[in-house]
Design a protein around this ligand. Structure first.
Ligand SMILES: Cc1cc2nc3c(=O)[nH]c(=O)nc-3n(C[C@H](O)[C@H](O)[C@H](O)COP(=O)(O)OP(=O)(O)OC[C@H]3O[C@@H](n4cnc5c(N)ncnc54)[C@H](O)[C@@H]3O)c2cc1C
Length: 471
């Protein structure tokens, strides 16, 4: 099949040379020696055989929404954007089998028409199912685990060209590895997800003080999908109490309300904010004032909204940004917040963009999931790039990462190293301490991909363990 990619005529399994790939956040890019967009499994196999013949590595890309260099390669890059079919929906068992390149944006309305829904999602739906499960995407709510945990079956195409089926009963250890496998085991072809009856979410937005949160964090964990946003350099926290309801009706906004919302959320909350943060790249001392002002104008109002499940999970992320997110045991949440506040109070030369996002995730048994074996709190900090400019956030990020690490933290796989040269340079020697199942994970990976075909510098770094005898 012949078609055009970036204006160049290609046969889908021949790939193209000279393709420049960039992630969505425009923070990482690469020049793969060949870029492919195959549309069937035979095409994928041919690419694998060609890689072997030419001594090339392979990376797979879903939607490129990971903020770090997890996808980047100078060898072969395969996009799965043509693997989008819904293969089966079982309404009785409430399962859906899809090709791994389909995005949740495409899948959600299909499920809705069958009165079905996913139980949880991250803040954006425009991510592929394969990409989301490979890095254990999470939403928020102690009753709900990472998205990977809703996978009941998947098919993996390995470097030998074989397809391995992994289920809760067959190749279970491999399933527990591939579910946060970072693209290092092979190409996930098909995924069967456990879904449920469609539901609605009632979201009540309230503002509280940081002291309220620190004093009794558990009070804020009671709703189904709680999310907290702290405005650093202020005492303000916006709390989303989101609860499931069966027969809701999405809130309808009048024309005037929609116009007002647009002016407040976009006109002020995006365009004016970007301009102000841009000015602050020259005068960083303005950041606390900007945070306070935008909290008052845009975020201090109480709100109640009902929406269909998957739409209620969404958050519009407008800014290109660096992000840094770690999970810690939920019990340590207040301690981290206290330490961060003290850090801002005592380091007057440190300035932080808002929000500091605080979410919660149920523990799981996926070997490399940041929620492995414990209920977790995920804390995400940001640094925007207004009109492409940056301020110095090194001291802030280093403090944050050290604090999280000391409290048993584990970094989000898609976000670690999102800002080059900032923060901790972690390797396998660190991960071995963080993850009880790291060694079995390495061994299973070695068995399934003995030639390390699905690797890049990101993966090599993760698997670099000092004095490791298992390799
Ligand atoms: C604005 C924004 C908001 C976000 N919000 C959240 C959030 O709320 N929660 C959260 O946890 N994360 C969040 N993220 C991170 C993002 O959701 C994840 O990085 C997600 O995995 C990206 O999916 P993708 O399809 O873009 O995957 P990619 O970034 O393309 O790939 C991710 C990894 O998966 C591998 N991969 C992809 N497809 C396959 C496959 N079929 N087989 C094998 N390996 C594969 C790739 O090789 C790579 O290692 C956010 C990111 C952005 C940009």
């Amino acid at each position: 099949m012949t078609e055009k990619v970036n204006g160049i005529e290609i046969k889908s399994i021949d790939g193209i040379e000279g393709y420049q790939w960039q992630n969505w956040a425009q923070t990482h890019s690469c020049n793969p020696s060949r870029y492919f967009e195959p549309d069937n499994i035979e095409g994928l196999r041919e690419i694998i055989y060609s890689a072997k013949e030419n001594n090339k590595k392979i990376r797979v890309v879903g939607c490129g929404k990971s903020p770090n260099n997890i996808v980047c390669t100078s060898d072969y890059l395969i996009s799965l954007k043509k693997f989008k079919k819904v293969l089966a929906i079982d309404e009785q068992k409430q399962t859906v089998k899809v090709e791994s390149g389909i995005t949740f944006t495409e899948l959600n309305p299909i499920l809705e028409r069958k009165n079905l829904s996913v139980s949880i999602l991250g803040s954006i739906s425009d991510v592929s199912v394969g990409g989301a499960i490979s890095v254990a995407v999470h939403g928020s709510g102690l009753k709900y685990s990472v998205v990977s945990n809703y996978v009941i079956e998947l098919d993996l195409l390995t470097s030998s060209g074989d397809v391995i089926k992994c289920t809760k009963h067959e190749n279970t250890e491999l399933l527990h590895s591939v579910l946060c496998g970072l693209g290092a085991f092979g190409i996930i072809l098909n995924v069967t997800l456990q879904v449920e009856t469609l539901f609605y979410v009632h979201n009540f937005v309230q503002t509280v003080t940081l002291d309220d949160v620190i004093d009794d964090i558990y009070e804020y964990l009671e709703s189904d999908y709680p999310k907290l946003y702290w405005f650093p350099h202020t005492d303000h926290v916006v709390v989303n109490h989101s609860n499931r309801i069966k027969n809701g009706r999405p809130t309808k906004f009048s024309y005037l309300e929609r116009l007002t919302n647009w002016i407040v959320n976009y006109g002020i909350g995006y365009y004016a904010l970007e301009f102000c943060y841009y000015i602050s790249t020259y005068i960083p001392q303005l950041i606390p004032l900007i945070n306070r002002t935008f909290f008052k104008i845009v975020y201090s109002k109480q709100e109640e909204v009902v929406d269909v499940s998957y739409k209620s999970f969404q958050l519009e992320c407008l800014f290109k940004q660096y992000v840094n997110e770690w999970s810690i045991p939920v019990e340590s949440t207040s301690l981290v917040l206290l330490q961060l506040r003290r850090f801002f109070e005592t380091n007057k030369d440190v300035f932080a963009h808002f929000p500091i996002e605080i979410r919660f995730v149920k523990g799981d048994e996926i070997y490399m999931s940041p929620s492995f074996g414990r209920n977790s709190c995920y804390i995400n900090i940001v640094n925007y790039k207004p009109y492409g400019r940056e301020n110095d956030f090194r001291k802030y990020w280093e403090f944050f990462e050290l604090t999280m690490k000391e409290l048993g933290g584990r970094p989000h796989w898609a976000k670690i190293g999102s800002a080059k040269d900032y923060g901790q340079q972690l390797t396998g020697s660190d991960f071995i301490k963080m993850y009880g199942m790291f060694r079995p994970f390495l061994q299973i990976k070695k068995r399934v991909d003995p030639i390390s075909m699905f690797s890049n510098s990101f993966i090599e770094n993760i698997f670099r363990v000092k004095n490791d005898t298992s390799r």
